[in-house]
Design a protein around this ligand. Structure first.
Ligand code: GLN
Length: 268
């Protein structure tokens, strides 16, 4: 069997198939093109078939390969962490915009560390902290900070539980899917940690806790930025206004969906 022959079987989406074959053969997808007519050894073929079976059973590509790119950086992912989403790059862009020069930022519920590591990579002069309630997630995030050569201080915390001090910026991509939402039982989400996806309530519980605790952990003028669901901008803006925040704003992702909302404390 050749690589070309495997692809022609059409068992999987062609991109998925190429990613898995390249992963099994530890080569690039460009090299697959060059090696298309090479015969595969029996062990290589068996290995590829095992990967194909996992994908056919629905397992996300990122968990099979253990890798996902975010903000142009490679991230290690395991089933202990949410797979980084492209729309979350907006959160990083906004955080980089509103974090003052040499400032301090904390990423609450960091998961794979994607937001904290990408922000630290963009803003090497800033001081970066990241927390998670999951020790297993923190292990993955620490690996990602190390492999991407950035310095991030990691804390084990249930939201603000063990967080001390004040920051210039608080950023978070918390669980915000409503309990029982149909998406939770579809596609990749079936394999992701449920506690990273849903608050097991109305989708606003974690967002509300982050809003309530933020003033005590922000310096004067400090920013709070939160990712939320495609239909939650009004609700998150209301949470912020009801808590007395002014300057409340939302920003659209590349699909034009209001995806991040936030506000800053008065400067004095
Ligand atoms: N954006 C993710 C999704 O809809 C959810 C991530 C989250 O809950 N923070 O699949």
């Amino acid at each position: 069997m050749t690589i070309d022959g495997l692809l022609r079987q059409g068992l999987l989406d062609p991109t998925d198939a190429r990613i898995l074959i390249a992963h099994a053969l530890q080569c690039s997808r460009v090299q697959l093109v060059i090696r298309a007519l090479e015969s595969l050894s029996e062990p290589a073929l068996e290995n590829i078939q095992r990967l194909f079976q996992r994908r056919l059973a629905g397992e996300p590509i990122a968990y099979i390969t253990g890798q996902r790119e975010f903000f142009g950086l490679p991230f290690h992912v395991t089933p202990a962490v949410l797979i980084p989403r492209p729309e979350t790059e907006l959160l990083v862009e906004l955080a980089a915009r509103y974090l003052p020069e040499g400032g301090s930022a904390i990423d609450l519920g960091t998961g794979s560390g994607a937001v904290a590591v990408a922000l630290a990579h963009l803003r090497t002069e800033a001081s970066m902290t990241a927390s998670d309630i999951s020790e297993a997630a923190l292990e993955v995030a620490k690996q990602n900070a190390a492999s991407n050569k950035v310095s991030v201080q990691f804390l084990h915390s249930d939201w603000y539980g063990t967080i001390n001090g004040e920051f210039d910026l608080i950023v978070s991509n918390p669980p915000y899917i409503v309990a029982g939402d149909a998406h939770l039982s579809q596609g990749d989400l079936r394999f992701e940690p449920l506690s990273a996806l849903t608050d097991h309530q109305n989708g606003l519980d974690a967002l509300s806790r982050i809003v309530q605790g933020a003033p005590a952990h922000l310096k004067a003028g400090g920013w709070l930025l939160m990712e939320h669901g495609y239909d939650q901008a009004d609700a998150v803006q209301a949470l912020l206004r009801d808590a007395g925040w002014e300057s409340v704003q939302s920003w659209p992702d590349l699909a034009g969906i209001l995806r991040v909302s936030g506000a800053h404390l008065p400067v004095n």
